[in-house]
Design a protein around this ligand. Structure first.
Ligand code: NAD
Ligand code: DAU
Length: 349
């Protein structure tokens, strides 16, 4: 049966890779990309597939309750992959309310609209909620986040994502809404907005600007190439079990400072700079408040139950990512003009 798949946040970083994968792979299904195009949403990310017959873009805000209900009535979506969110921790520290609005209330609007449309017959319906490993809080020097780790969020961003996860689960338990949640580690790759560590540092290295390392740089993240996340989402949607949670990670922990040095090495090699030249740009700056020390995912459940594992090594993924930014300077110029400059001044003053 052909599916009517609603993907929210499809003009953003991860969402655009998910939309592309689904539009190309499932020509019999119809993919609806609903996105309000915040500073992070960019239709340029989807130029290559925008005219496909099985693709429709809907410019809408998930906070507009009535419009979201009308869209469910009109299109009768049977599958939702919900990625739309405010996604940057630093912005959540500056403006927590907008994170509650979109990440919690926006998710509620989608849940209510799905429930109203589906409640007579839940068969072949699925609400797939895309979440983050940050809901688990922070690890010390050892240990891994599993699917049963208690939620313990530390930032307004992770608190809002944790809240939305709880509501999704509650709608499943209370009303029988079929759902799946996955919690993924740090993504990187083409089309990531340059407020996040890797694209921000690539852009600054290319422009010989200082590289603002928070605190002592010894914070650890588990990095996954964005296309491997998209492939995991596809697998979980098709083969995952209803009401289950799946952790997705890269088996790939890096201290920020080591990652930054690898990034510098690769860029300096590609641009024929003197080795290590860009290390001079490293500047230690004031730490992020509530900065989580370490994230690391135990991805053994998705590996053993669904056979997923990352296909790209970190060195390969980072190299491909740098090449994409080197080949897409116009994209970077466009997204860093205007409001980005104000954000940058305020965040790094
Ligand atoms: P992003 O910020 O790049 O993109 C978010 C998209 O959502 C944008 O296109 C934006 O326009 C859209 N959006 C925001 N508010 C909206 C609203 N009110 N209505 C409709 N659309 C709206 O984010 P991302 O990094 O691609 O993350 C996507 C999802 O994956 C988020 O839910 C995030 O929490 C989750 N996630 C991200 C990572 C990561 O490393 N980036 C890791 C794990 C999980
Ligand atoms: O773990 C998954 C999460 O990863 C996602 O849910 C979030 O949406 C995504 O933004 C990301 O969160 P982080 O806070 O880990 O990512 P960010 O790129 O902002 O920072 C990565 C690390 O680098 C973190 O320890 C903070 C540090 N950092 C970041 C920036 C932007 C710096 O040292 N300097 C910087 O300028």
């Amino acid at each position: 049966m052909a599916r009517k798949i609603l993907i929210t946040g499809g003009a953003g970083f991860i969402g655009s890779h998910v939309v592309r994968l689904f539009v190309k792979k499932y020509s019999n299904d119809h993919i609806y990309n609903l996105d309000t195009l915040t500073y992070a949403g960019n239709l340029e990310n989807l130029k290559d597939i925008e005219n496909e017959n099985n693709y429709t873009f809907i410019k809408e805000d998930i906070n507009h309750t009535d419009n979201i209900s009308e869209l469910f009535n009109k299109y009768k979506f049977d599958t939702v992959i919900h990625l739309a969110a405010e996604s940057h921790v630093d912005r959540s520290i500056a403006d927590p309310i907008s994170f509650v609005r979109t990440n919690v209330m926006g998710t509620m609007n989608l849940l209510n609209a799905a429930l109203e449309t589906w409640r007579e017959d839940f068969s072949d319906k699925m609400f797939y909620h895309i979440s983050t490993d940050e809901v688990y809080g922070t690890l010390g020097e050892t240990g891994l986040f599993t699917e049963t780790t208690s939620y313990d969020p530390n930032s307004p961003y992770s608190a809002s994502k944790a809240s939305s996860d709880h509501f999704v689960r509650a709608y499943g338990e209370t009303y029988g809404l079929p759902f799946i949640i996955s919690n993924c580690s740090n993504n990187y790759g083409p089309n990531q907005f340059p407020e996040k560590l890797i694209p921000l540092f690539i852009n600054n290295i290319l422009n010989k600007k200082s590289l603002p390392v928070y605190g002592d740089g010894n914070y650890t993240r588990d990095w996954l190439y964005v296309i491997d996340h998209a492939l995991a989402i596809d697998l979980i949607l098709n083969d995952g079990k209803v009401k289950e949670t799946y952790n997705i990670g890269g088996f790939n922990e890096w201290k920020n400072i080591d990652l930054i040095k690898l990034l510098i090495k690769q860029i300096d090699e590609k641009l024929n700079h003197t080795p290590g030249e860009s290390e001079k740009l490293i500047t230690y700056v004031k730490d992020r408040p509530g900065h989580d020390l370490r994230y690391a995912i135990d991805a053994s459940k998705i590996n053993s139950e669904l056979g997923w594992k990352p296909t790209v090594t970190f060195e390969e993924g980072l190299s491909k990512t740098i090449d994409w930014y080197l080949n897409n300077k116009e994209w970077m110029n466009r997204v860093t003009s205007g409001a980005y400059q104000e954000y940058y001044e305020e965040q790094y003053k």
